[in-house]
Design a protein around this ligand. Sequence first.
Ligand SMILES: [Zn+2]
Length: 257
Amino acid sequence: MADADIRLIPCRSDNYAVLVHDPESGTTLLVDAPEAAPIARVLDETGWALTHILITHHHPDHVEGIAALKARGGVTVIGPHDEASRIDGLDELLNDGESATIGPWAVRAISTPGHTSGPLSYWLPGLHLAFTGDTLFAMGCGRLFEGDAATMWASLLTLRQVLPDETRIYCGHEYTQKNAEFATSVDTDNAALAARRKEVEAARARGEPTVPTTMRAEKETNPFLRADDPALAEKLGLVRAEPADVFAELRSRRDVF
Ligand SMILES: [Zn+2]
């Protein structure tokens, strides 16, 4: 399989959309549509014809560009079955564990509820690429708007178990610097985390994105993926607590950080 061309597109205040283009087949996949204009600009610059849009969840800052981009023609919009009634413009629906073929790529849908009730994360194993929307962020995770802590913890565990370490992970927002500050406040003697925080601060000072991350980096530095680590539980004063309860404590501390 030929390498894909990938473009990370900043949208709105801190959203990301991602374009994945296959030069051989001309397939051009967009993941999430926060707004149309910056995405249309990249399509016009590159000459890529948009063929597919994958939507992670129903929030306006992930779907508001669908209609205008679809109006360019020739676009199939694919999204989560469980949120279909709340997303306009979907052509095809996916459930947990189902796969779609998009051009040369197999795309597997992984149900990751917690931030919303029925979102999907998407895994393209052939490209070692995953899109986790507002579920897993670099060094963080999404807020619990439509699910409880146990639900979100289960979703993060699924991603940790399913996605190989080398997977490049794109998330929906540039929240990494704040996430790093929080992570170092709770996970105080994690050398990998401290080093990564420095890298993130330097990248942001240069105006560069911190996305994508990798599953390997998240396993080492993301406290929300490590709620079952007894050493982290102890730092939170939660010795022998259930991982879901450790996760809940982390999430509620982050909510007011
Ligand atoms: Zn969201």
